[in-house]
Design a binder for this molecule. Structure first.
Ligand code: GLU
Length: 396
């Protein structure tokens, strides 16, 4: 808190995922052997065919400002991708490329929300949703879910949460942090509720769409009655191991895309030229080219699930996608481990960091205070070692 800073920034919470990653990095620099399962980031390198496209773009002198909403041929590639993977038809005027899906989400919040508008957040939800809504001077209401319902909300819960101030709902499937994926039928049942409330917009964050384990993912905008009020957010970070390249995009009604273009033009301008050229190559490649990463994530999910299920006090569902486990660890609350009192998920996560040297993220950050998030986007050896350390620390 600094009195010279704006209220806006003083009141903004730091990103818990990034804060934990920074803390793990700092401890590593001090020489501590930390296994970081905090950040949601593939441990793979960007595939060579994408890197080669970037090198080519540098040699071809792609170095000037880019169009604010993205290169025309990248927008065409995104349109083809939306049609191919999601059955969604968009025109170029409906696409905006941004510096990461996070910026896409912030753009949408800034252009649609007025002070006092309310955003509904099915919980658990990604840490930055609530912060972005707050930055847009909106309020947010969590719709809780538990492991018993596979961390999904019901249509009745959605209906009950809607108020005259509700302007938007944020959906995210497969979900960060729970890994749960809504089925088409589940999404249609939620859409049936929203059909009765024409003033509510949906932000559908589909950044984990390709990281799913069998069940095909379903785009909310594919529901005809929702198309005109859904903003589909996606990007290349997770599926193509391109987190640092920072390219996200939206497909949206043209008037919303136009507004996002306008705000982006005042804040960042167009996204990085080289990363955009590489993204064309990523998105036009057959999805089978990245299947090896998805297969590895699935094996790791199964491995960590089976290992963690051996630990008393960890309650787990079987996530259908993404690369996170979200165990309910409330069985430890009110207990002491190695003389350290555990009152909540933050205490537990901190205990794991300090006594097992394993970095996780507390569920509080995701609106689910009984859980912690474990990212299994790490090598099998690291994952085995991490669970071993957790077991040992808990048995003290
Ligand atoms: N989305 C990733 C995560 O949840 C990256 C960090 C962030 O932007 O929050 O860990």
């Amino acid at each position: 808190m600094n009195q010279h800073l704006s209220d806006r920034i003083n009141e903004l919470p730091v990103s818990a995922t990034l804060a934990m990653a920074a803390k793990a990095r700092e401890l590593k620099q001090q020489g501590k052997d930390i296994i970081s399962l905090s950040l949601g980031e593939p441990d793979f390198n960007t595939p060579d065919f994408i890197k080669e496209a970037a090198v080519q773009a540098i040699n071809d002198n792609y170095n000037s400002y880019t169009p604010v909403d993205g290169y025309a041929d990248l927008k065409e590639a995104i349109i083809t991708k939306f049609q191919r993977d999601n059955g969604l038809s968009y025109a170029p005027s409906q696409i905006v490329v941004s510096t990461g899906a996070k910026q896409s989400i912030a753009n949408v919040a800034m252009v649609l929300l007025n002070p006092g508008d309310e955003v509904l957040l099915p919980a658990p939800y990604w840490v930055s949703y609530s912060a972005i809504a707050t930055l847009a001077e909106a309020t947010f209401t969590e719709i809780p879910s538990t492991i018993e319902t596979d961390f999904k909300i019901s249509p009745a819960q959605l209906e009950a949460a809607i108020s005259p101030k509700t302007k938007m709902v944020f959906f995210n499937s497969p979900n960060n942090p729970s890994g749960s994926a809504y089925t088409e039928a589940e999404y249609r049942a939620l859409a049936a509720v929203l059909e009765k409330h024409p003033g509510i917009y949906v932000l559908s964050d589909e950044i984990y769409e390709h990281i799913n384990y069998g069940q095909p993912t379903f785009s909310f905008a594919a529901i005809e009655s929702m198309y005109d009020r859904t903003i589909t957010v996606n990007g290349v970070a997770k599926a193509f191991a391109m987190t640092g390249w920072r390219i996200g995009y939206i497909g949206a009604p043209a008037w919303i895309a136009r507004a996002c273009n306008k705000i982006q033009g005042q804040i960042t301008s167009g996204a990085n030229c080289i990363a955009q050229r590489a993204t064309i190559t990523a998105l036009t490649a057959p999805v089978s080219k990245i299947q090896y990463m998805v297969d590895a994530f699935r094996q790791r999910r199964d491995l960590v699930l089976s290992l963690l299920r051996e630990i008393d006090g960890f309650s787990l569902n079987t996530p259908g996608g993404a690369f996170y486990l979200f165990p309910n660890i409330s069985a430890f609350f009110g207990k002491e481990i190695a003389g350290i009192p555990i009152q909540n998920a933050s205490d537990f996560s901190m205990f794991l960091l300090e006594h097992a040297h394993v970095a996780t993220v507390t569920g509080d950050a995701f609106g689910a205070p009984d859980c912690i998030r474990i990212s299994y986007a790490a090598s099998e050896a690291q994952l085995r070692e991490a669970v071993d350390r957790i077991k040992q620390a808990l048995s003290r």
